[in-house]
Design a protein around this ligand. Structure first.
Ligand code: C5P
Length: 284
């Protein structure tokens, strides 16, 4: 049996550069995994099967099963597996839970089935399943571009303290992108967006306060418009001692960078008492 953890991600930056002719958005995002994880248990079996403690995820087209079928079809492998997912990462949160599960399913099955595919081959399959899935093969820290599938790994800065908060209402990614009404993509200039360059410098400095000062997310204003309670949530986190707080991906989770573990814990506790899903931990 193979046990593999699938971490959540946060977006330290997310710049939308414009809408592409294929309908996707060209983006640049620095992504970072955190110590909130789902767990995949993968056992040899004759057939492919998927079991999840969150019953709403037990459907035939689940991303984990899609990943498993794609790997099997593309390699001509005729083996099966019993895959069990212990779900901790909330869905419709912008935390990449489903994407991480899919990426780590590819990694786990590659091992179980003895395929030994290079990571670049796994990443090409991952990109067919979803834009932000290849990132999880190069985590903990990376810059993603294109529609999200072009991954440039970055050295991970020293670990720092994070709190995650999510209201009951989630946000579907396609809706947030549609409501953005982004302008068509113009011919790209050389180099990265200034906000990306600033974050790369902060990461190299390795100081969480420097990283906190550079958080940006171009989907945040749209998400706050769709779900106005999110802005209040961000303000509460800032008022409770967070260095900075920002929407993760397309939301609806907000993450905050905290000066120490006790501040992160206190914010999580306080907002949990107000009926929200909360978590505190560290970056990987
Ligand atoms: O690639 P993925 O299937 O995860 O994307 C989900 C949806 O998010 C897309 O159908 C699209 O509406 C939106 N999206 C986008 N531009 C991206 C990534 C996602 O518009 N770069």
């Amino acid at each position: 049996m193979i046990t593999i953890t699938a971490p959540a991600k946060i977006n330290l930056t997310l710049r939308i550069l414009g809408k592409r002719a294929d309908g996707y958005h060209a983006l640049e995002s620095v992504m970072q995994t955190v110590s909130l994880v789902d767990t995949l248990l993968i056992q040899s079996a004759r057939e492919l099967s998927f079991h999840c403690d969150t019953h709403s995820l037990n459907y035939a087209n689940n991303l984990v099963l899609k990943a498993a079928r794609l790997l099997r079809d593309e390699t001509g492998c005729n083996m099966g597996a019993r895959i069990t997912l212990e779900k901790n990462i909330p869905t419709r949160a912008g935390l990449g839970g489903g994407s991480s599960d899919a990426a780590n399913t590819l990694v786990g099955l590659d091992k179980l089935w003895g395929l030994k595919l290079p990571v670049s081959d796994l990443a090409a399959l991952a990109a067919r399943l979803g834009s932000d899935i290849p990132f999880f093969l190069y985590a903990p820290t990376a810059l993603i571009s294109g529609r999200g599938e072009v991954v440039t790994p970055l050295p991970a800065p020293p670990s720092y303290n994070i709190v995650l908060v999510k209201p009951k209402t989630g946000l579907p990614t396609p809706q947030v992108y549609a409501e953005l009404h982004a302008a068509p993509l113009q011919p790209m200039k050389e180099g990265y967006a200034p906000e990306t360059t600033a974050m790369l410098a902060a990461l190299a400095q390795g100081d969480s306060a420097a990283i906190a000062a550079q958080l940006v997310n171009d989907l945040q204003a749209t998400a706050f418009r769709l779900l106005p309670a999110l802005a209040q949530l961000r303000d509460k986190m800032l008022a409770s001692g967070a260095l900075a707080a920002c929407l993760s991906g397309s939301g609806s989770a907000i993450f905050a960078i905290c000066p120490d573990a006790s501040t992160a814990h206190q914010i999580a506790k306080k907002l949990h008492h107000q009926g929200l899903w909360t978590w505190s931990g560290v970056t990987l």
